[in-house]
Write a protein that binds this ligand. Structure first.
Ligand SMILES: O=P(O)(O)OC[C@H]1O[C@H](O[C@H]2O[C@H](CO)[C@@H](O)[C@H](O)[C@H]2O)[C@H](O)[C@@H](O)[C@@H]1O
Length: 286
């Protein structure tokens, strides 16, 4: 079997980011979103699991780069469980930044830091069922309780887009009444505390390390803040590579992300192929 292919980025900045990563891997950070990027999108969020190739690809890549970090809207503990990240050889230094950076899990210690949710979340939890009924939520609308946030999903309704649109305004009002914000995503409106996003989470993580190249891969609107953090670093002269995971299941990619990406890959399988390609290129260069 030959060496896995490494796709070329379509932009000069992306090509420079990839070249810098291959030239100075020990300083590089590989930052990855979870749902839609490492885990295929499925109708039931509780059934989402990392693509079967993720563990092996990350095992091969992580020891060759400065750091691997998962930056997700999921609770960090859930991402660790659904990702199968605990105890994987090579991932002894993995970090998971959960709930858009409010939570942090370190493989090295197994410790999870998770601040108490603000009181608005408990009040929201009590009021949400009645609010959804008043708003005429479509049958199949489902609430995921994430502890410090509540995510209202419409993927399993007959008209996921229409069902989501009908809830945008009422849920924005409800969130504001409780000092919360709405994080929109793929057939989901998440009501969560403000003050964190994936951009701040990624920038904070990168600031803990020597300045080096970063690869960020994501698939959804919540990843735009992380894209912006990489773009800001690039404006400051630090290389970066932006990857968009465009699902291979027929669902259109999130346009705002695909338009800004240096490289668009076909969903988690494409992300795995990219990670494998990077690991192989770095091994062959040693
Ligand atoms: O930041 P991420 O790791 O991408 O997490 C964002 C949200 O992902 C999950 O919802 C999405 O994936 C589900 C499972 O495939 C899918 O059914 C849903 O339609 C998607 O929006 C998760 O349920 C949320 O908690 C995350 O915030």
């Amino acid at each position: 079997m030959g060496m896995p292919e490494l796709s070329a980025p379509s932009t000069p900045a992306g090509r420079a980011g990839l070249a810098a990563l291959l030239a100075a891997p020990a300083e590089a950070v590989i930052a990855l979103d979870f749902d839609g990027t490492l885990a295929p999108i499925v109708p039931d969020p509780d059934q989402a699991r990392a693509h079967p190739g993720v563990a092996a690809a990350l095992s091969a890549l992580a020891p060759q780069v400065g750091a691997v970090v998962v930056v997700t809207g999921r609770s960090a503990g859930v991402a660790v469980e659904y990702g199968g990240f605990r105890g994987v050889p090579g991932l002894e230094h993995l970090t998971v930044l959960g709930q858009y950076g409010a939570e942090r899990w370190e493989a090295r210690t197994g410790e999870l830091s998770s601040p108490e949710p603000p009181p608005g979340v408990a009040a929201l939890r009590a009021e949400l069922p009645a609010a959804l009924e008043r708003a005429g939520a479509h049958p199949g609308t489902w609430v995921e309780d994430k502890g410090r946030a509540l995510a209202v999903h419409t993927r399993r309704t007959a008209d996921p887009e229409g069902a989501l649109d009908a809830l945008r305004e009422p849920l924005a009002r409800l969130a504001a009444a409780h000092g919360l914000m709405v994080e929109p995503g793929r057939y989901v409106l998440e009501l969560r505390p403000p003050g964190v996003d994936k951009g701040a989470a990624l920038a904070g993580f990168l600031a803990e390390r020597p300045a080096g190249p970063v690869l960020y891969a994501g698939d959804d609107l919540g990843d735009l803040a992380a894209y912006a953090a990489v773009e800001k670093r690039r404006a400051d002269g630090l290389p970066g590579l932006l990857v968009c995971s465009a699902t291979a299941d027929g669902e259109a990619p999130v346009r705002e992300l695909a338009d800004r990406a240096d490289l668009v890959v076909p969903g988690p399988a494409g992300v795995v192929a990219l990670l494998e390609g990077l690991a192989a290129r770095l091994s062959s260069a040693r």
